[in-house]
Design a binder for this molecule. Structure first.
Ligand code: GDP
Length: 290
């Protein structure tokens, strides 16, 4: 996971070993290496520029704390700036709540909906799922099959074209009985107007406590655009990055997080219903920098 990025970052910082002062040339070289590593991991250009400017400024201006070597000091700056880029981890409470899922087709939204249901069920919360994806044939069956395996109820009406009607009915059927309600919505291959229009309307009638965006870790620069559109439409307050078990570079997803000014709430790390992890930015970046 993100190994290439991790190795390039490590190499970039390693060059500072043995140096007792950091001069401009060394910082320039470090920043160039950082830029190369982040850009090839698909992190958005604007973010890379912001990060490298902060690293450069701080590395040149800030004195290392007493007893800290130059390399450790710069490593710490890089680390802090990367944490800032990623944002704080998104909040996940165990209060009763309604969660609206957003994302394009193929992002892993349906699988993640079931994984989340499993997560809250394991925390002892009565959880129900609503399938409001009226666009993709078979969406309800897919979600129902996953939910059946964990004995979580799945509300849906295959054949009903009106997603809003499904959400209204589902909520009134579930609200009294269930503490956590997760609404899966339609996705499309592209950011079409009807998709955005529909999720705005669902958001208005459901008043969800959270609006989480599901992003495939393999997405490159388009991730920012997706995040921006969904964020403008409904105000995304958490991002779930799926397929982190794959070979994906992950930088696109980081850019998406920055775009929504939210944080990563979970990471999808496999195809089974248990493959969902809470996101820990410190651990994540420590692993990247080694
Ligand atoms: P949707 O169209 O967004 O609802 O996407 P699906 O939930 O149907 O997922 C698309 C594909 O991605 C399926 O084959 C899932 O098994 C797979 N998938 C989803 N999340 C993950 C993940 O975290 N890791 C891996 N390896 N595959 C995933």
């Amino acid at each position: 996971m993100l190994e290439t990025l991790g190795n390039s970052l490590k190499d970039a910082v390693k060059k500072l070993s043995g140096k007792t002062v950091i001069d401009r040339a060394a910082v320039d070289e470090l920043v160039r290496d950082l830029q190369r590593a982040l850009l090839s991991a698909d992190v958005n250009v604007k973010l890379v520029m912001q990060l490298s400017q902060s690293v450069k400024k701080r590395a040149l201006e800030e004195e290392p704390p007493k007893g800290m070597g130059v390399r450790a000091h710069v490593l710490r700056i890089v680390y802090q700036e990367l944490v800032r880029l990623m944002g704080r981890p998104g909040e996940v409470s165990l209060e009763p709540q309604t969660i609206l899922m957003a994302g394009l087709q193929g992002s892993g939204k349906t699988t993640t909906t079931a994984k989340l249901a499993r997560y809250f069920q394991r925390k002892g919360l009565r959880t129900g799922v609503i399938c409001a994806d009226t666009f993709r044939p078979g969406a309800y069956d897919q979600l129902k099959t996953l939910c059946d395996r964990i004995s979580v109820p799945c509300f849906g009406k295959p054949g009903e074209p009106d997603a809003l009607a499904i959400v209204r009915e589902g909520l009134s059927a579930f609200r009294r009985q269930y503490e956590v309600i997760i609404i899966d919505t339609q996705g499309r291959h592209a950011l079409e107007e009807n998709l955005i229009e529909e999720i705005i309307q669902i958001n208005e009638i459901a008043h969800p406590d959270h609006r989480w965006l599901v992003i495939d870790a393999a997405l490159g620069q388009q991730a920012s655009e997706q995040a921006r559109r969904f964020h403008e439409a409904i105000g995304i307050d958490g991002v779930i990055v799926t397929k982190m078990d794959g070979t994906a570079k992950g930088g696109g997803a980081l850019s998406a997080v920055a775009e929504t000014r939210s944080g990563i709430v979970f990471i999808g790390s496999g195809e089974t219903i248990e493959d969902l992890e809470r996101f820990d930015p410190d651990g994540f970046i420590s692993r990247l920098l080694g």
